[in-house]
Design a protein around this ligand. Structure first.
Ligand SMILES: *Cc1c(COP(=O)(O)O)cnc(C)c1O
Length: 360
């Protein structure tokens, strides 16, 4: 068996310890004589898996009691519709457009009400986060929406926008559990787990209780109503059970690493190695404004598409996989999520140095 350093943006690298544990428990989970994939979601064993997962997530993020944690399906993209369907009481919302995911979310919300794009960084290919200290927040906006870490472009909100009292909704898919968060600053925090937490198929929604109501837009399906899942503790129907089990293991792994403060420290240390190299490289260049750099997704280019392609190909041969940039940016992107070891980033930088020498 040989594992590569996997820089994929998602689905992405998971902690090896978690994968080994899951493998060891595949045929017989905890004396049940069956795998978690095969058991009833109403069984005692699964009930313990989901309640423990929720409690560990609450401990890690310090989630207050007046917030619900929901384990749902449909990926992050389903939330693009579920958020307006459940939250647009005035049929109006403000969106800050910092990349493709926020753009898609805004477009979807337009099906349900008036969408005001109160800030955008599209003028410079989403290479920065706009100043959000004094935005023209709409009087009647039901919420202000952000994508906190822009997976494709490699930018991150280092400060949350001033929403002038409006509910903040954040897509944190690609920065989930990468650093401490102050949950109370948000009305809704959600993310697909396949970037930083677990297998595709689970989306976690952390939502303040007063936002969970029966007063949703007419025609909202039962399955797309937050209240359905909150009332049933995420067991209204069969949940993505195996995925939740893996998420639970990742929460335990993060706890064992020292929690979110420790994760942040490790992530900063990893990102610094790569950014420091990029800042002095003659061949490679980072593509975003320094102050807005993500700790999780690091896009870079040589400025020559053929050389970029050569780099991606040779890196793959050296065991450094999935470094090709998103089709809308080109170049390269290294996603260095929680589970990417420090050694993986060092190996990447060593390879980049060598490539630079050979391709002057
Ligand atoms: C990947 C990603 C999405 C889309 O996730 P799906 O689960 O595939 O719908 C949305 N937002 C962000 C920030 C992402 O990184």
């Amino acid at each position: 068996m040989s594992r590569v350093y996997n820089f994929s943006a998602g689905p992405a690298v998971l902690p090896e310890e978690v994968l080994k544990e899951a493998a060891a428990e595949m045929l017989d989970y905890n004396g049940t004589g069956m795998s978690v994939m095969e058991m009833s979601h109403r069984s005692k064993a699964f009930e313990e898996i989901i309640t423990t997962a929720e409690q560990d997530l609450r401990d890690l993020m310090g989630i207050p009691d007046n917030y619900k944690v929901l384990f749902l399906q449909g990926g992050a993209s389903q939330q693009f519709a579920m958020i307006p369907m459940n939250l647009m009481k005035n049929r109006a919302a403000d969106y800050i457009v910092t990349g493709q995911w926020a753009k898609k979310a805004a477009k979807e919300a337009e099906k349900y009400g008036k969408v005001n794009r109160i800030a955008s960084s599209e003028d410079k290919t989403f290479s920065y986060i706009p100043d959000c200290s004094d935005l023209p927040v709409s009087e009647d906006a039901d919420y202000v929406y952000i994508c906190e870490n822009n997976t494709i472009y490699g930018t991150k909100f280092k400060e949350l926008p001033d929403t002038k009292g409006k509910t903040l909704v954040a897509d944190v898919s690609s920065c989930f559990l990468s650093e401490p968060v102050d949950v109370e600053k948000y009305g809704v925090i959600y993310g697909g787990v396949q970037k930083n937490i677990g297998p595709a198929g689970v989306v976690i929604v952390i939502i303040r209780e007063d936002l969970i109501t029966e007063d949703v837009l007419p025609g909202t399906p039962t399955m797309l109503t937050y209240k359905t899942h909150a009332d049933a503790k995420s067991l209204y129907n069969t949940p993505p059970a195996y995925g939740i089990y893996i998420c639970g293991k990742v929460f335990k792994w993060i706890k064992a690493q020292g929690g979110l403060e420790a994760m942040k420290e490790k992530n900063e240390k990893k990102a610094k190695v790569l950014y420091d190299f990029l800042d002095q490289s003659r061949l490679f260049k980072g593509t975003v404004e320094k102050k807005d750099r993500s700790l999780m997704n690091v896009p870079f280019v040589t400025g020559d598409a053929d050389l970029d392609a050569k780099f991606v190909k040779e890196a793959k041969a050296a065991g450094l996989e999935n470094l090709k940039g998103h089709r809308s940016v080109g170049g390269m992107r290294a996603s260095i999520y929680n589970a990417m070891p420090y050694e993986g980033v060092v190996a990447l930088v060593e390879f980049m140095k060598k490539f630079e020498e050979e391709n002057q």
